[in-house]
Design a protein around this ligand. Sequence first.
Ligand code: GLV
Ligand code: MN
Ligand code: MN
Length: 526
Amino acid sequence: MTTTTLFLRFFLLFFLFFAFGVGSFSFASANANSGKESDNKYLSELRSKLQIEPITPHIDALSKFSSSEDELKGVTRLVYSKEDLEARAYVKNLMKKNGLKVREDAMGSIFGRLEGVEKSQKGGGHVVGSGSHTDAIPLSGKYDGVYGVLGAIEALGALKRAKFQPRRHLEAVMFNSEEPSRFGMACSGSRAMGGVLDAEKLETLPDVLNASTSFFDAATQAGYGSKWRGEKNERARTAKEMVEQCSLMPMDSHYYSFVELHIEQGPELEHENLDIGVVTAIAAPAALEITFEGDGGHAGAQLMHLRNDAVVAGSKLAVAVEEFAKHSGSVDTVATVGGFTVKPNAINSVPRSAVLEIDVRDIDLKRRDLVVEQIISTANKVASEQRVRVNVRMINKDDPATSGDSAMSAAELAASHLGHTQKRMVSRAYHDTLFIAKACSNVGMIFIPCFKGYSHRPDEHSTEDQMRKGVETLALTMAKLSRERPIVEDHEDVNQEHVKLPFFISEDDEENNNAKTDPPEPNDEL
Ligand code: GLV
Ligand code: MN
Ligand code: MN
């Protein structure tokens, strides 16, 4: 072979490599870019069509369903109470008014659906959900949870009015009892949906409203539990059946994505003057109850060296709890002695018992559990030093959750389309999304600022403008997620269907659709 032929061969190889290699590369990136361009195009059009109605009137209306004697002292709404049932009726009515199809599960979580055109479950989940809770701890504010339920309904209502065409179904959710206020267990509805609620545990939960009522009885009295009938006439004759009926497992079979809207409940967004927080991870709580028991005695007659004072033991532990959290090595670790009950609680009696309710949270499971271990071993050490008896009861220990990439990017894209300032942040409070993460790998949360970061208190507040920005960000996020190409199954038919499906429903299609699927006329009576 001459040098010239060798050179020509090399040249040919070089040419082929560039012609096909780089060519196919630029073809792929052109495709990716055109995906982004088409996202930008329909999201811009959608943004110009979105009309968000005020949320405040509904926040105020729901705050009236409260058992607090004085409205100014805050809202109290415990699960399955009269006020809770009134709030549920309001929510269902509002869902219907916004054109959503309403369904309830066996525990009482409520779902309002805007139908998409997705026929199969290929692609991991056929629903994009958003929602929160309407139950309220004693003397709380009006916005915690309530904003996320009303915001999801309004986002779907606005998408429907804008004639947006979802591919996956869109669902607004009101979760059954996120707060632990009545039965001592948080997130009952989402825990069951995530398949991690132990039905046996339900039997033993103490009821603060009526000592003789079990969770299942209270659910049944409220029209759920054994009174519930599913869409296909399914029944829930026992607590176990009730819990099973609510499960959305296996993982990713129902939700493709779930994004909860919530007030921040902390001060970061307000301090930094930002509109939107895109949540990267949700810290998870562990809850323990530690009881110290001494022998008590007369506060005057019993000499100091003869006492085994339960409050002194409890106080030593309370101080240690704070120290362990402060020295965990991360600001994300927090620990609180939220309950401290003394018996007999009389000024002239040496305390016989001290019960501490302790809440420990972190986004890192190992670090959180290390603090829990330190607390338990210190409780034992203090008990022996103070010569009191000790009992440790682990109430619950939940796992933290991490947001999905596509849920976070959709929220970021939505916020930037709308011109809202934003940052990524951690959720230090727990939320129903923590448990939906057990049934859906692509979860996320959108935070809005609230006044001084106040929450769980009557002066909790977000402005109408702050709430509107959150709702429109949610609407665009859900729209984007409902139209995303399936991740799991990327087969041709689905892609074809995706490309062909218009982003907005035409007048003609709407007339045909309405004839088939319009929900019943809203019932204005609550
Ligand atoms: C929820 O209410 C929490 O305590 O984080
Ligand atoms: Mn709360
Ligand atoms: Mn909440």
